[in-house]
Design a protein around this ligand. Structure first.
Ligand code: NAD
Ligand code: UDP
Ligand code: UDP
Length: 313
């Protein structure tokens, strides 16, 4: 069997950290990315390593390579980016899943899907367990992402049942850390960039909506543990940090750690913005022996340092 590990979306924020960890562990990594939101810069430190290969490719098109494991992360994750070309977002999740599952089927590779807490939509159950089916608006502005990811999960489980594929599905909750793009548009990068530039912090709505923020190193650890669990364990499994914060609390933390005097400005809440989100991670604890180790403040420090360097460059 070929032991190359393929990471689609490997030049993105999460994917580049995952590639780095896999190369450090001496695995041969094939990073497949069309550079839609990712960049070569994210994997610059790996180019030249004999364990690393970059391939520019769009997963909505078929791909014939020989690999032993697939992490399927390709998909823009920030609402600003995934709503920019919503049809392409759905295609990436759905056609991308079909192609990667077809590839996994042909080469008999284990395949892991980066799913999302967005499958729960604006959740009526709190905190969210894997058994909750979600509350998603199928025709709203977020649907291209939410429904695309839900359909990808459906495809994973049907390839598993119909073709016996060895699948793993992880539902990732909001994750942050170094290498997020300054224009990524997600809340952590927006607040930090605004604070460092002394610009107003943009709070959408009243800022009372909640999210749970996981540091990227904790997420990567969970993805790698999931990939190596026994064959029968498919998930879906929630991975996130159960610490829950309002957007106003997040802004206060960012202001304190950057020592910024930025003012808060309130902007309209985007449509279908979930009111609350917090993972129940009991399954991850039991099945992966995993729990997050980095608190929000401890994770914000290196993230702020990253943005200081990027903005100074
Ligand atoms: P990101 O936008 O930084 O990375 C996504 C990567 O996928 C980029 O490098 C992009 O160029 C690539 N890509 C997009 N469309 C592609 C296509 N058609 N073909 C090939 N490559 C393509 O986002 P991220 O935060 O690193 O997210 C990675 C994965 O994790 C995504 O699947 C996302 O849905 C999932 N996820 C992330 C979070 C989070 O908070 N970061 C939360 C839930 C789920
Ligand atoms: N596919 C791919 N690489 C492979 C094998 C398949 O990209 O190595 C794509 C192929 O284009 C196909 C899809 O995966 O459309 C689904 O493959 P599957 O074998 O499930 O279905 P079929 O080939 O019958 O459509
Ligand atoms: N948000 C905000 N200001 C910003 C960007 C986002 O208040 O500049 C809010 C957004 O409305 C949402 C939360 O922060 O309630 C998290 O948004 P993000 O886009 O990071 O992720 P998602 O909504 O997908 O969880």
């Amino acid at each position: 069997m070929n032991d190359t590990i393929m990471v689609t979306g490997g030049a993105g924020f999460v994917g580049s950290h995952l590639c780095e960890r896999l190369v450090q562990a001496q695995h041969d990594v094939l990073c497949v990315d069309n550079l839609y939101t990712g960049s070569r810069h994210n994997v610059q430190g790996l180019i030249g390593s004999r364990h690393f290969e970059f391939m520019r490719h769009d997963v909505t098109f078929p791909l014939y390579v020989e690999v032993g494991q697939i992490y399927n992360l390709a998909c823009p994750a920030s609402p600003v980016h995934y709503q920019h070309d919503p049809v392409q977002t759905t295609k990436t999740s759905v056609h991308g899943a079909i192609n990667m599952l077809g590839l996994a089927k042909r080469v008999k590779a284990r395949i892991l899907q980066a799913s999302t807490s967005e499958v729960y939509g604006d959740p009526a159950v709190h905190p969210q367990t894997e058994g909750y089916w979600g509350n998603v608006n199928p025709i709203g502005l977020r649907a291209c992402y939410d429904e695309g990811k839900r359909c990808a999960e459906t495809l994973f489980f049907d390839y598993h049942r119909q073709h016996g594929l060895d699948i793993k599905v992880v539902r990732i909750f909001n994750t942050y850390g170094p290498r997020m793009h300054p224009n990524d548009g997600r809340v952590v990068s927006n607040f930090i960039v605004q604070a460092l530039r002394g610009e107003p912090i943009t709070i959408f709505g009243d800022g009372q909506q909640t999210r749970s923020f996981c540091y990227v190193d904790d997420l990567v650890e969970a993805l790698m543990r999931m990939m190596t669990t026994e064959r029968g364990f498919t998930g879906p499994v929630n991975v996130g940090n159960p610490g829950e914060y309002t957007m106003l609390e997040l802004a206060e933390n960012v202001l304190a750690l950057t020592r910024s005097r930025s003012a808060l400005v309130f902007k309209p809440l985007p449509p279908d913005d979930p009111r609350q989100r917090r993972p129940d991670i009991e399954l991850a604890r039991q099945a992966l022996g995993w729990q997050p180790t980095v608190t929000l403040r401890d994770g914000l420090v290196p993230t702020i340092e990253h943005f200081r360097r990027v903005l100074a460059a």
